[in-house]
Design a protein around this ligand. Structure first.
Ligand code: GAL
Length: 391
């Protein structure tokens, strides 16, 4: 009898240990962990309740992060996971650090993090590897940390290329003599993505700058000269105002053909400065952007922004949900890029979603796909000064 009890309690302990290992995640990037009975089959929602997923978003002041947070929270709750969604004030790094530390100390198994400052989380994430916590960098690479298992984002180099190409194509720079006057704006210096956005854009613009077809009168053509802290519209507006006064840009002053802006919140600030300088919809310099923010789509319909790059946050959330499901089930996590994103410690296996350039001709797709309603973006066609035609 005694011997039977010993065997039974050993078997019970073994099942419990194997069950815990399956829930802790902590798979090394791109490989499947040792399988155990619990990890071989996909988990049912009830079993997923043991998985605790922490979501750390940078701010609510930029529209897209509200969508990202809501998409992720909804997806993980539907999968039966325990979910904690936190916003770090308005891009407040110490708040994000303490929120992440709380998730770690509360036993969260998977962390999804859109870093405010990609280089500020090394210490906070230090316990993750030893504790088997899986960290997925969300649309912004976390730098100088051995804790990052995966990166889920878009093809950020392509984002920059699409932005610049939309301006070059609209102005027909390849075929016209020029010169065309541009100014350049990228995002926050603490966001590793700007290297990819800016270099992508410059891969299109630099040949024309070298040939003299594109002129940047300020001479500010290096990434470090054109950053916008926190991607802030106010910061972009004040830099554009300085450029306007320094180089006399205006409808009756120095010609300004285009502003290369690496995202929509910057484009919105630039547009206000240009409106204040007297530009109107029928002579507005072309501005590109990224994220198809509601305010920017409305500007596109009113002639105050030419293009944006659409990054469907639903697609990104779905990709991350799939990755977490594979982690929970102990399966190999599907990635499609294992060479581009080096975070200073290792090349991080990444899943890149595809961005697409949108002009006024495309915004109906945002409504048709259910991303927005017409009310979100200024009302039905024809309810704005411009009737939705490309100017
Ligand atoms: C970047 C992100 C962009 C945009 C920007 C402003 O990291 O890739 O899509 O959202 O932040 O928040």
């Amino acid at each position: 009898m005694k011997k039977t009890m010993k065997v039974l309690s050993f078997a019970l302990a073994l099942i419990m240990i194997l069950g815990l290992a399956a829930c802790k995640g902590g798979t090394s990037p791109g490989t499947s962990p040792a399988t155990s009975p619990e990890t071989s089959a996909a988990k049912s929602p009830a079993a997923n309740a043991s998985l605790k997923v922490g979501i750390s978003m940078p701010t609510k002041s930029l529209q897209r992060w509200n969508q990202d947070g809501a998409n992720l929270q909804q997806a993980f709750q539907a999968a039966g996971y325990t979910v904690d969604l936190e916003y770090a004030g308005d891009n407040d790094v110490p708040t994000q650090v303490s929120q992440i530390e709380n998730m770690i100390s509360s036993g969260y198994n998977v962390l999804i993090i859109a870093a405010i400052d990609g280089s500020a989380l090394t210490e906070a994430l230090a316990p993750c590897k030893a504790q088997g916590i899986t960290v997925i960098a969300y649309d912004r690479l976390i730098m100088n940390s051995d804790a990052v298992s995966y990166y889920a984002t878009f093809d950020n180099t392509l984002v920059g290329k699409l932005q610049a190409q939309s301006l070059v194509d609209k102005l027909d720079i390849a075929n016209k003599p020029g010169p065309f006057n541009f100014e350049l704006f990228t995002g926050s210096p603490d966001d590793n993505n700007i290297h990819f956005f800016f270099n992508g854009a410059m891969s299109v613009l630099q040949p024309f700058i070298d040939s003299g077809k594109i002129v940047v009168k300020s001479g500010q053509t290096q990434e470090s000269q054109v950053t916008t802290k926190d991607w802030s519209s106010a910061n972009a507006q004040s830099r554009m105002e300085n450029l306007i006064s320094q180089y006399s840009y205006g409808p009756k002053g120095t010609k300004l053909d285009a502003v290369m802006s690496n995202n929509d919140s910057i484009a919105q600030g630039v547009a206000v400065a240009l409106q204040n300088a007297g530009y109107t919809a029928d002579n507005f310099p072309l501005i590109c952007g990224q994220d198809c923010d509601k305010a920017s789509v409305i500007n596109m319909r009113n002639g105050f922004q030419y293009s944006s790059v659409f990054k469907d946050t639903r697609t990104l959330a779905d990709a991350v949900k799939t990755m977490v499901g594979q982690i929970a089930a102990g399966q190999t996590v599907q990635v499609n890029d294992t060479s581009t994103y080096n975070n200073g410690v290792a090349v991080i296996p990444s899943y890149l979603c595809q961005p697409v350039a949108y002009t006024i001709a495309d915004i109906g797709k945002l409504v048709d796909s259910g991303y927005y309603t017409w009310a979100d973006i200024g009302g039905d066609k024809g309810t704005l000064p411009l009737d939705g035609q490309i100017k």
